[in-house]
Write a protein that binds this ligand. Sequence first.
Ligand code: VGL
Ligand code: ZN
Length: 209
Amino acid sequence: MKTALIIVDVQNDFCEGGALEVKNGNEVIVVINELIKTNKFDEIIATQDWHPKNHKSFASNHKNKNVYDVIKLNGITQVLWPDHCVQRKKGSRFHKDLNLDKKFKVFKKGTNPEIDSYSGFYDNDHKSSTGLSEYLKKKKVEKVYITGLATDYCVKFTAIDSIKEGFSTFVIKDAVKGVNINKRDSQIAFADMKIAGVRLLTSKQNLNI
Ligand code: VGL
Ligand code: ZN
């Protein structure tokens, strides 16, 4: 059975000192590097948040709005973020310590200024695909292991879409970290993922690959 390691958004803006820093986000990097080193995965995928600078998920692109305000954007609930992961800027680059020198493939998301894309598979309205599902199916991948940032947004939505697309889906708990605007958000995200059928593992367990 073919497997994929998915590395969600390990980009400078989500790491220490970044515009949308995930507390202790950098700690996932060593864990992910160890997973890459095992050579056990048939495919290694990195997703990349890749926004144009007029992206409507940025508070700065709305009048009289603050970071973390919640609005309706084209009918969909949207948290307003600090400007982050702007295309071709330093903040959107993968963290330099992430060991992506093995063969890997990048899927970019969040490129349409009118809609956010937390999932690595689809925009938040589920209408536009990044091509990730088609790619994994073409490569005959059946099992997907998800790592990266952030547990309560892009990891969660990627994992739930992965289940919807029919992949056996595992999230490696010590290889993810959350934004936690509210302090229980990661816990809630783990519960939501479990309800959807995602299985939670740690990198120390036998990954059963
Ligand atoms: C993310 C908020 C906004 C993430 C991306 O990668 O979890 N969160 N854009
Ligand atoms: Zn984003």
